[in-house]
Design a protein around this ligand. Structure first.
Ligand SMILES: [Zn+2]
Length: 391
């Protein structure tokens, strides 16, 4: 039998279980304890009522929340785009074309270099409290390069997304139809064994609505579940396509019509907001308040990638969402944990109630609100993943 551990003397515990604690969506418990057995949470409640355990850890009056669920990243890449960022911050607008720079560097990298880059970013994210992450291909854009990216990713996470349709491969720039045929044919066959999800960048300069539909429909037929880059740089058909195809998530959602918001509100498709992208491109913020008021489920994620959002920090995104997107601190913390889990259709992470995986973050602060109240401060002091202290 595995040994049990209690983490007690927690000033504020975020459970994300409304049936616990104060009855709010965050299910807040004051002066709380969490009991872990093996890789699972087996009990949460007030410290004074905690059952006896083999081991005791004193949280010292700090806040504890579920590990962050980062449901959108692009970590299979090589090279960097410092010069492009520097130029953009000097006045040049972002367009989808910059991805080609990373494609060239990624194709030129060895497997070992790609994997080392991935693990470096995963370590960085874990130190900042991310215990579940999704990542995707999209910088190879050949059958062999996309498949190797996903094979490397699959060794590190279950949440692997095939994004052959990131942009039209430079080699086929004058024949997009041939590239869509490749993405939905031979490339899909090679990639599907490593992936759970299929994604497409539905945007001017990338793929239009009909091409996006062809990509996601082909993926579904191969057993992959759709998610989509939608309505980031301009209005378009992406969000409504996501709802029509029952995608797990529509990601970005910066330019939405009332019909888009209404479609999301009457679906189980999560709107994943990626404020690191707007921050790093000086773009207009997505309106989280509008989505929440309409009843849409909202997730917050980093979009960590070398071009448009080179941050692995979920706490940074929480602070941006509160300061600039109309979210309350409670809503932002929920979206970065339970919201991310919903965007990955997971119910074993993003909460700290019995049966959940024991993934948790200890903040060097008495409350989760400090994630927004103290922006840029490294408050994550301990990270536990699957019942073990990882940081
Ligand atoms: Zn993305």
């Amino acid at each position: 039998m595995s040994s049990s551990t209690v983490i007690s003397n927690i000033a504020t515990l975020v459970t994300n279980d409304p049936s616990l604690g104060d009855g709010s969506p965050l299910g807040l418990v004051q002066d709380a304890a969490v009991v872990i057995e093996g890789d699972r949470v087996v009990w949460t409640g007030e410290t004074s009522k905690a059952p006896a355990t083999d081991n005791q850890v004193d949280a010292g009056g700090r806040a504890v929340l579920p590990g962050f669920v980062d449901s959108h990243s692009h970590l299979l890449f090589a090279g960097d785009r410092t010069a492009e960022f520097n130029a953009r911050m000097s006045g040049r607008p972002y367009s989808a074309g910059g991805i080609r720079t990373t494609v060239a560097a990624t194709r030129a990298a060895s497997d070992a270099e790609l994997e080392a880059n991935l693990t470096r970013h995963l370590t960085e994210a874990l130190r900042q409290g991310t215990t579940t992450f999704e990542t995707k291909s999209g910088y190879g854009l050949t059958v062999a390069d996309e498949a190797r990216a996903l094979r490397i990713a699959a060794a590190h996470t279950d949440e692997v997304t095939y994004l052959g349709a990131h942009i039209v491969a430079p080699d086929l720039a004058d024949d997009p139809a041939a590239y869509v045929a490749l993405v939905t044919g031979e490339m899909l066959d090679a990639c599907a064994p490593y992936a759970r999800w299929i994604d497409v960048f539905c945007e001017k300069g990338a793929f239009d609505g009909e091409q996006a539909r062809a990509v996601l429909t082909a993926g579904k037929a191969k057993g992959l579940t759709p998610r989509i880059h939608a309505n980031q740089l301009s209005y378009g058909p992406g969000v409504r396509l996501a709802v029509e195809l029952d995608a797990a998530s529509a990601d970005h959602c910066t330019h939405l019509t009332d019909a888009d918001v209404d479609a999301l509100a009457h679906s189980r498709t999560v709107a994943t907001l990626l404020p690191g992208a707007e921050f790093s491109t000086r773009a207009e913020w997505p309106d989280a308040r509008r989505l929440l008021d309409a009843g849409v489920t909202v997730a917050l994620s980093t979009d960590c990638n070398p071009g448009s959002s080179y941050t692995s920090s979920v706490p940074f995104c929480v602070a941006l969402a509160v300061r600039d997107m109309g979210m309350t601190p409670d809503e932002a913390v929920w979206s970065a944990t339970a919201g991310g889990a919903a965007a990955l259709r997971r119910d074993d992470v993003g909460r700290l109630s019995p049966g959940a995986r024991a993934d948790l973050v200890v903040l060097d602060a008495p409350s989760h609100v400090h994630l927004a109240y103290r922006p840029g401060v490294p408050l994550v002091t301990q990270v536990w993943r699957a019942g073990r202290r990882a940081v």
